[in-house]
Design a protein around this ligand. Sequence first.
Ligand code: 13P
Length: 254
Amino acid sequence: MRPVPVWVGTSWKMNKGPAAAIETARALAAFTPPAGVQPFVIPPFTSLRDVCAILHDTPVLTGAQNTHWEDAGAWTGEISPAMVAECGAELVEIGHSERRAHFGETDWTVNLKVHAVLRHGMRPLVCIGDSAQEHDFGVTREVLARQIMIALHGVSPRKMAQVLVAYEPVWAIGVNGRAAEAGFVAEIHAHLRAVLVRIAGEEAGGNVPLLYGGSVTRDNARAYTRLDNIDGVFVGRAAWNVTDFVQLIRSVAP
Ligand code: 13P
């Protein structure tokens, strides 16, 4: 049995200024998602507070795309977890492959950020993924086990109930990506589940939602979520248009 509900969320990445973000959030606030689905949106920092306020009393959760691990200090250009929490965020995405590739995010900083997010009562959405090369060399499982074990190091079984994990193969993300086969994702998620159970125990490790991301669309989303080991999808491009996002959410209703 899957841990209910089916998660379906989108990061707007570096898209939508405040005006577009507010317009999208208002459209989402007017929509009632089907039972059994948990939608979430992750706007840029510049709209986080507005989007949180608009979606506050709706079923749609709001998250941030990143955070620093310290609460305050001389860290020019950074946003602290205290600030993110004060804006009203419920989730914080950590370790997306674009941040690992372009902004020096490492497994160790991901671990610091996971603890910071939990300390502030928010839910970390930890992104992990294998590169095309790692996939071709057949070390996907080893790479993911390493990423998840370092990311979640020191997280107690009680706090583990707040954690979400997204498997996002680097080779599947973006305009040059190709969506991973649903059966392959289900196998990888079974492996991730075993790793989580090993590090957190049957109960805590067994209940962490495992999402898939990478070229998910409203046409292929259900192929993933109908499989037992896939608890949701994390979407980029195909969910930036609110009508597409709403259709995608409807398509994965259990
Ligand atoms: P795409 O859906 O655009 O491939 O991006 C996925 C992603 O990176 C979600 O975090």
